[in-house]
Design a protein around this ligand. Structure first.
Ligand code: SF4
Length: 246
């Protein structure tokens, strides 16, 4: 995201009452060279909870320790495997050991320095990895503040056609309405306001923070309509229909 836009959004969201902020969603935060600066700016502004999701591959000490030092409150590694083979099958990358080592180094760092930053290991269970849950626990539990092991979510319906994920209906969860995604504001890297962090197609974009204030976006007609649909459990023809429990 453009730096000026990022700084404006951190400030404007706080001034409108936001107290939690995250620098992720539809992207990998460790790719951002100014990540630690942004966490520091948010902390100084007064945010009480700053959190990040990463796939962990780039969360090496030189990248992530400065971010933690700036006041990060919670760091979640999305891992989803207990072996290199399964990790590669899911992510198409052969970096499971790198991710595991980064996780362990972060754990040791926050413990040694007595830093109050929660470290979470996340595992979305699917037909591909369901037999690795216990191994995942034994590898990561000794280092984690928490492990989150949940059925994979058929986010915005995008996995419906993927037999690897959909053949076992017992481990694909649906969203309850009104969907919690609508309780927060998501701005993507281009500055577009988007209703859902899993809307890869951009079909739920409802405005642009480059030309509108956050207050205008939060109250714009399109997002109000989407919220109303969720409250009334009457979804019209949008992607929510594919992943929600109706
Ligand atoms: S119900 Fe809609 S907003 Fe919620 S996760 Fe699904 S697509 Fe996204």
């Amino acid at each position: 995201m453009d730096e000026q836009l990022m700084l404006r959004l951190i400030s404007e969201a706080y001034d409108n009452g936001a107290r939690k902020i995250s620098f992720h969603g539809m992207g990998e935060p460790c790719l951002c060279k100014k990540l630690s600066d942004y966490v520091g700016v948010a902390k100084n502004k007064g945010y009480t909870y700053i959190y990040l999701d990463t796939n962990g591959a780039l969360a090496a000490p030189e990248v992530i320790f400065p971010v933690i030092d700036e006041g990060l409150d919670s760091l979640k590694f999305s891992i989803h495997a207990a072996t290199s083979e399964t990790y590669k099958k899911i992510t198409n990358n052969d970096v499971f050991h790198q991710v595991r080592d980064n996780f362990i180094k972060v754990s040791e760092y926050i413990n040694e320095k007595n830093i109050n930053c929660k470290l979470i290991g996340y595992f979305a269970e699917s037909i591909i990895n369901c037999d690795e849950v216990e191994d995942f626990k034994s590898i990561f539990e000794p280092y984690a503040s928490e492990l989150w092991i949940n059925p994979i979510h058929n986010a915005s319906g995008t996995k419906l056609d993927n037999s690897d994920f959909s053949t076992n209906v017992n481990i694909a969860s649906t969203k309850k309405l009104p969907c919690a995604e609508l309780d927060r504001m998501i701005i993507n890297w281009e500055g577009k306001a988007i209703a859902c962090s899993t809307d890869w197609s951009g079909s739920l974009i409802y405005g642009d923070a480059n030309i509108s204030s956050l207050k205008e976006l939060w109250n714009c007609e399109e997002i109000l309509k989407t919220r109303k649909e969720h409250e009334n459990i009457e979804l019209l023809n949008n992607i929510c229909k594919k992943c929600a429990e109706v």
